[in-house]
Ligand binder design. Structure first.
Ligand code: PRX
Length: 566
């Protein structure tokens, strides 16, 4: 039996208050995500139910019950308070997918502080930009990432504490403090800080076309949407063993890698390891995964490794598959049906939406290649590219737009209300993507409406890459843009004009690629570099990335005069 019987019935009867009621939340009362994901499950008789089954790349395993994650998040919260962390201060989590990341997330929220998860593969510059913007007070990290933090600490006056989960006291320097979760004193009766619906909770950095990444600021009330979408879209149920591939450095890894499953009191498994088809199938087989939330790039990599490998494993536990982050191509849906006997259900959303907004519901007929229909409670449409009026003609491409006001909508960009206000037109929130709607109400993704590059489901901003490139002594000017890729959908390409005295060469290309990889991250590293003598520009001197992109995609360049004032 699925949680949803019929999409039409759900739409007819849906109200967000259903989720409030199921979570025993009454307007005006305190609401705290950390408490809901741990303590509440214990109060509901799930203290001894397994919350987290964790395994790393070496095969080391750990298991935590809901009572364990309640107690350990209490301990972390108490420790942070003792270290002087105040409500609403930003605490960054900069770790691989270790248990401390998941449990620390709850601990930070329990003291009313704002949790800022950052992808542990970020280099010092990516880390610096985000910590500086958020004026982050503390960071929780691992010994293996400490050198990156040490490189930038002196330029971050707000960063008072660096908590290291796995070092030894003697090797720690100024501001560095040991935080060994399992050795902290147990705290049975921790009083959660009374956060309310609009209290800030999670700060996720996301890339736009212009400027440095923006901090999407969420509130504790977002749990209402994350809980109910996890229930109806991921179909999470009491006996499920759920696996979300995403890293909590990105929004999928928190909304549905922590809050969604645990607010539903569901057991989840975490694999702290990179992609490997064999390993992934073994993981599903070993933990008897029932619901799997993955991404198109991963699915395409699995496809590449073929169905024989699938057949060598017992994957019969699987009952529901979902995907997010980039367009899920029709072939991937058809292949998953052949390989697993189950179709991947595409889900569409963003850092800013905080929860799934358009999706293929369990049981709803899937049109392979389509993103499905709006979640009940979400009013979604496509707007005319010029007038911003809703398009009524089926199949006509426009901008995906949502009526503001759903529970998990971001409340602002950190320190950038102006940038946030720009996301609204004619009373609609503009997602920044293009799509069409067919006569059955299914949404079909077309592409982004800006220059942001989506590589393997991760957004990277051209500005951040170009800024890093300019720091290389050979680079006079540069443009970073998307180039199509059969597996990652898009990869970063850079066109570079060299400074006088530098000659183009293959070695220089490699040197520049490595330079960006180390500063920013492997994702932001250009996979291809082309040396050029000049870059296409508007009359006012703005680099026309879209012209370069269009060339890569074999698309028409369009009317350049309209780009002048972008
Ligand atoms: O362009 C869309 C693409 O990813 C963007 C959001 O990225 P981010 O904020 O990092 O969040 C990713 C995970 C929620 C969107 O604006 N995107 C996301 N899901 C889909 C998608 N593109 C096509 N199909 C999807 N299902």
């Amino acid at each position: 039996m699925r949680n949803i019987t019929s999409y039409e019935d759900l739409v007819k009867n849906f109200d967000w208050s259903i989720a409030e009621k199921e979570l025993d939340y009454q307007k005006g009362n305190p609401i705290n995500i950390g408490w809901y994901c741990s303590d509440r499950n214990c109060l509901k008789g799930k203290a001894n139910k397994i919350a987290l089954m964790w395994e790393d790349y070496n095969g080391k395993t750990k298991t935590f019950t809901f009572n364990d994650i309640r107690l350990f998040s209490n301990s972390i919260g108490t420790f942070l308070q003792q270290q002087g962390i105040q409500p609403e201060e930003r605490v960054c989590l900069f770790m691989d997918r270790v248990p401390e990341l998941y449990i620390g997330f709850l601990g930070v929220l329990k003291i009313g502080a704002i949790v800022q998860p950052l992808f542990s593969a970020f280099g010092p510059e990516s880390l610096f930009t985000r910590l500086e913007n958020a004026q982050t007070s503390a960071i929780i990290t691992q010994k293996k990432h400490l050198s990156k933090v040490r490189k930038i600490i002196h330029d971050l006056p707000h960063l008072r504490k660096i908590f290291v989960i796995d070092s030894d006291e003697t090797s720690l320097k100024d501001k560095e403090v040991l935080l060994e979760m399992e050795k902290l004193p147990k705290n049975e009766n921790f009083e959660c800080y009374p956060t309310y619906a609009e209290s800030p909770s999670v700060l996720h950095y996301t890339s736009g076309t212009t400027g440095q990444p923006k901090g999407a600021q969420h509130v504790h009330y977002s749990i209402i949407a994350q809980y109910i979408t996890a229930k109806y879209v991921l179909d999470l149920q009491e006996n499920d063993i759920y696996w979300c591939n995403a890293d909590p450095g990105w929004v999928t890894g928190t909304s549905y890698g922590i809050i969604g499953p645990w607010s539903n009191g569901v057991t989840q498994a975490v694999l702290d390891s990179g992609f490997n088809s064999q390993k992934w199938y073994e993981f599903i087989q070993k933990y008897r995964i029932t619901v799997w939330y993955s991404a198109p790039t991963a699915i395409r990599l699995l496809m590449r490794d073929g169905t024989d490998l699938v057949k060598q494993h017992d994957l019969s536990s699987l009952r529901h598959l979902c995907s997010v982050g980039e367009p899920l191509n029709a072939e991937a849906v058809i292949w998953s049906k052949q390989a697993f006997g189950l179709e991947f259900h595409d889900t569409y959303w963003q850092t800013e939406t905080g929860a799934i907004v358009i999706t293929n519901f369990p049981g709803m007929p899937i049109k392979p290649g389509s993103m499905g229909k709006p979640f009940p409670g979400i009013t979604a449409t496509v707007l005319d590219l010029q007038t911003y009026e809703p398009i009524t003609t089926p199949g006509k491409v426009g901008l995906i737009a949502l009526k503001p006001g759903w529970p998990s909508q971001i409340r602002t960009y950190w320190n950038n209300e102006e940038g946030f206000q720009k996301k609204f037109k004619n009373g609609w929130y503009i997602c920044g993507d293009r799509a069409s709607i067919d006569s059955d109400g299914y949404f079909w993704f077309v592409g982004r409406d800006d220059d942001v590059i989506n590589t393997g489901g991760h957004l990277v901003g051209p500005f951040e890459i170009e800024s890093a490139l300019l720091e290389h002594p050979a680079v006079a000017e540069s443009a970073a843009f998307a180039k199509p890729d059969p597996v990652n959908m898009e990869v970063v390409k850079a066109c570079i004009a060299l400074k006088p005295g530098y000659e183009p060469s293959e070695d220089l290309k490699l040197e520049i690629m490595n330079f960006v990889r180390k500063k920013l991250s492997p994702l932001a590293m250009p996979q291809e570099i082309e040396f050029v003598t000049s870059l296409p520009k508007t009359r006012s001197g703005k680099i026309l990335r879209r012209v370069l992109r269009a060339k890569e995609f074999n698309e028409p360049i369009g009317d350049l005069s309209t780009l002048e004032n972008d």
